[in-house]
Design a protein. Sequence first.
Length: 464
Amino acid sequence: MTSAESATRNGVDAATAEAEGSGLSPWSALVGVPHVDVAPHPGPITAEIALPGSKSYSNRALLCAAMAEGRSTLTGLLRSDDSYWCAESLRRLGAGVTVDGTTVTLDGIGRRRPRPEARLYIGSAGTTARFLPGLLAAGGPGAFTLDASRQMRGRPMASLLLALRRMGADIDCPETPDAPPLTIRGVSMLGGPVRMSGALSSQFISGVLMAGPLALNGVHVMIDDHVVQKDYVAMTLDMMEQFGAVVEADPDLTDMRVETGGYRPADIALEADASTATYFFALAAVTGGTVTVTNVGTETRQPDLRFIDVLERMGCRVVRAPGAVTVAGPADGRLRGGLDVDMRPLSDATLTLAAIAPFADGPVSIHGVAHIRKHESDRIAVICAALAALGVSVEERPDGLTVHPGRPSSGVMETHDDHRVAMALSVLGVAAEGVRLLEPGCVSKTCPPFFDLLADLGIGVTRG
Ligand SMILES: O=C(O)C1=C[C@@H](OP(=O)(O)O)[C@@H](O)[C@H](O)C1
Ligand SMILES: C=C(OP(=O)(O)O)C(=O)O
């Protein structure tokens, strides 16, 4: 990262964010903006749009490139809080990270640890929080501290830490059991076989797999139950292979082996973020418009692209191509309800679906997403409360919700430091009476330009 990149021009000063336990970063937008008003949009939204890079691929690629010995080049990087803190952690570890726009040149360190007492801060990034501990424990000698934002300190880590410790990892939690800050000793994790649960987070599984190439014995992961959002594990294995790792997995991803042997550098073009795309497809759906996202398509492994299948069930017309997707709102102008959707494989899109559900002609039920109560906020509780506050009838269940048809009123909404709450409620506001979002800068976790992109579509956005 160049010094210009770490300056405070647009975002917050990194040292201040870290001292305050915030997830914001020098790449944040809307810092200090107390609220944003999103206006209702009178007509159909029709646009072609290229979206920022995938968070999941950006952070996987940064980590794999840093753990390779030699130079990698990544293009299409997502410049957001989560990727800033990932890149910054790797720089503090001694990797050479130069970011120029959305291109990263990364001189990896392999198993070497040039700064064996590094103190790392990963902000609110679940990916880095779950992927880095294993890489540190399996890599070269050193005693590292890994800290996280207040929000991330409260998210689950226990089954990941248990699995890593079973493979020898020396990881302590000096402040709170099974929560950052973590102290991690290098060369402690030898690897080998381990049984794990994937019922709470797929990231735990990815975190163990990614450590495999650095561990003396590789890793052999056996899943005891099921993996929520299994496609993210497939994305991990894919990216690892692109960086030269040798992996073997059964089709169900319940038995996976990774050989020791390290990572090799690679040049990777990162695709756009399919989770971000869901908000733009949803805008087409609720306004009777047509939106084409030009840089993610059916070739992706990102599960959230399957949100288009849900929209199709709701009466939207979808045109699929390998590198682009078009969604058009229903020809008769009314979304179809009366469906019950298992959102477990694509749970980041749950809030997008909940936000458009009031506009359907029958109830929309969502199930299978109990684990999203442990994401950036208790997402089921938060979206139910938000819909109810806007006058929409909603039933909350432990693993989902049912939303009934109704026209939401306008309102002043908390965003709960959750980017997906802010982005989903924006879509709802556009389709109904508008909405005021408090602390809108939280969108910077995965899409700092979100409100600029809305404005580019002709939507009224006013900063408070
Ligand atoms: O590995 C990844 O990149 C992700 C995995 C998912 O998390 P969980 O499996 O913890 O739900 C997803 O919600 C998150 O946004 C990104
Ligand atoms: C759950 C999410 O993030 P994280 O990578 O922090 O888990 C998300 O982006 O919706």
